[in-house]
Design a binder for this molecule. Structure first.
Ligand SMILES: [Fe+2]
Length: 384
């Protein structure tokens, strides 16, 4: 209910999407003279390809696929340069978080000019000042919530990952098409569902939390925890619900930003190219335990536990929630230790690499302040 007013993105949930329907939407956004570029990844995906081939036969589109995990500024600039000056006024992004972030990046550069790298960092050279051209995002995983957020995550030419945070980046329309998430392989389902769960929980243990963001995030966390295992076990069942849960979590963290789990995950992705959802799952139980020291966060997590398990006493419910997450991580074959991600460094060697996570604005969102002592404790626990 609240979702409708908490995002500027128009959200439509549907089981399937035809080329005719997308063409009508393009007309609605840009009239008969609309010029469209589609950003997609380069893996074969029959459902998407069939629909786009048919769309292209009705209305000419430009398809770009220089999209990889942890999207790089150079790839986004290459795509933007290839269509600059061609009058493109609608960008459609179809894919996972990296694809949708790439689409956001291309749309932002086309509207604002310059190089995407100039907009990144704590003291950027330029600021996004113009609303991106019309942007339609269609997720094919249920995790990042990028279809409804104002964030884009980009790897600069230096190799550092940065979050670009600006409401002008936000998509105009998000289409949640269930069948695009059917048959998602188990490892991808594991990573993306844990990303969505991290978004909901990081909204709760967040300094920017409000009563409204809490309400949305509690609802999202309960929904995701109810459906993530079903989606993991089934090619079709639970997929529609996970798309909805990930989208709701996206709307929630769009209001607060993320926190320590995400700040630490960026180092794992920068240093060892750990996929985003896996990198979030890596420290989720450690950061949850840390934030359970905060009374207000305990109260919020208790509301989640009530929604998942029903009534009960505080302590067993909170512990039950913690262990449920650990159990799901284990079942989904997600990593708990540095050895699990094939990193053979000692705790002493790892610590300096994680120091820069403290400069990440996301880290300061964490409700329990995180300093190097806490980061070292988390690293030590994962190095045993
Ligand atoms: Fe995330």
């Amino acid at each position: 209910m609240l979702e409708k007013v908490m995002t500027t993105t128009k959200i439509v949930q549907m089981d399937s999407l035809s080329a005719r329907e997308l063409e009508r939407l393009i007309f609605y956004c840009g009239g008969s003279g609309a010029k469209v570029a589609v950003i997609e990844d380069n893996r074969a995906f029959e459902l998407r390809d069939r629909m786009l081939d048919e769309l292209n036969s009705i209305k000419e589109i430009i398809r770009l696929n220089k999209v990889f995990p942890d999207p790089k500024v150079a790839d986004i600039m290459e795509m933007a340069d290839s269509i600059a000056g061609k009058g493109i006024n609608i960008i459609i992004g179809i894919g996972g978080g990296s694809t949708m972030d790439s689409a956001k990046g291309v749309a932002a550069v086309l509207s604002n000019g310059g190089d995407l790298e100039d907009y990144l960092g704590n003291t950027p050279l330029r600021k996004i000042e113009k609303k991106s051209i019309k942007l339609i995002l269609i997720p094919t995983t249920a995790g990042t919530g990028a279809e409804v957020t104002k964030f884009g995550v980009y790897t600069a030419r230096t190799g550092r990952k940065y979050t670009l945070n600006n409401t002008l980046l936000q998509a105009d329309i998000a289409l949640l098409v269930s069948e695009y998430t059917y048959n998602l392989p188990a490892p991808l389902t594991a990573a993306t569902t844990f990303d969505a769960l991290s978004h909901a929980l990081e909204t709760l243990w967040n300094r920017n939390a409000t009563e409204v963001s809490d309400r949305l995030a509690i609802e999202a966390a309960i929904y995701i925890l109810r459906w993530m295992e079903v989606a993991y076990d089934n090619p079709v069942e639970g997929r529609r619900e996970m798309l909805q849960g990930a989208c709701t979590a996206g709307i929630a963290f769009n209001m607060t930003g993320t926190a320590a789990v995400h700040a630490l995950s960026f180092i794992l992705s920068e240093e060892w190219h750990i996929p985003h959802g896996v990198a979030c799952a890596f420290t989720l139980e450690d950061v949850m335990r840390l934030n359970m020291q905060d009374e207000n966060t305990r109260r919020k997590l208790l509301a989640v536990a009530h929604g998942v398990f029903g009534e009960g006493a505080e302590e067993p419910l909170l512990e039950g929630l913690f262990h449920r997450i650990v159990e799901l991580k284990r079942k989904f074959r997600l990593p708990f230790t540095f050895a699990d991600i094939n990193v053979g460094l000692s705790a002493a060697e790892l610590s300096p690499l994680f120091e820069k996570s403290l400069d990440d604005p996301k880290m300061s969102n964490n409700i329990v302040p995180v300093d190097m002592k806490i980061v070292k404790e988390i690293i030590a626990a994962k190095s045993l």
